[in-house]
Design a protein around this ligand. Structure first.
Ligand code: FES
Ligand code: FES
Length: 174
């Protein structure tokens, strides 16, 4: 066992764990952060994503001792009691079904918008491709990302307001 200090959501946390323990286990079991989920445990589904160095990082395959930078989990996205625009958009668009994948969806979307504040539908699909959802919430994820982008740009947006490209794709039109 080793004493390892992680900086999580703005606070330094020291834990006594094996150095190769997946970061996900430390976050959930030692620090009580239940936002990141255990999905596949193999780095394939995105349910365990956290933000490290501006990247949606799969914490299930990240040894905790390798992390030197700030870690932001779903719990750390809100600021001073105000939800992140992506979180609020998720509520407004009623995105989740079972909810299991939604940590990864929200974290990945937040990173996407941080890099590209006005993504096209294609860029959203590409940026979100690694965040898998068995319940097929992808169209509502796309609508929520559009809504969050509009909010962050100071523009109004109505519920379910997909772009023409997204509407065509949903209708099966090439
Ligand atoms: S649980 Fe980490 S990628 Fe699936
Ligand atoms: S909401 Fe059920 S897996 Fe995505």
């Amino acid at each position: 066992m080793s004493r390892i200090t992680l900086r999580v959501n703005g606070t330094a946390q020291t834990v006594d764990v094996e150095p190769l323990t997946p970061l996900l286990y430390v976050l959930r079991n030692d620090l009580g952060l239940q936002g990141p989920r255990f999905g596949c445990g193999l780095g394939q589904c995105g349910a365990c994503a956290v933000i490290i160095n501006g990247v949606a990082t799969r914490s299930c395959v990240t040894p905790c001792s390798t992390v030197r930078s700030e870690i932001t989990t779903l719990e750390g996205l809100a600021s001073n009691g105000t939800l992140h625009p992506v979180q609020q958009a998720w509520i407004d668009e009623q995105v989740p079904q079972c909810g299991f994948c939604q940590n990864g969806q929200i974290i990945t979307a937040a990173v996407l918008l941080d890099r590209n504040p006005n993504p096209s539908d294609t860029q959203i699909r590409e940026g979100m491709a690694g965040a898998l959802c068995r319940c097929m919430t992808y169209y509502r994820v796309q609508a929520a990302i559009k809504r969050a982008a509009a909010t962050m740009a100071g523009l109004p947006r109505k519920s379910g307001d997909l772009s023409a490209e997204a509407r065509s794709a949903k209708a099966g039109v090439a």
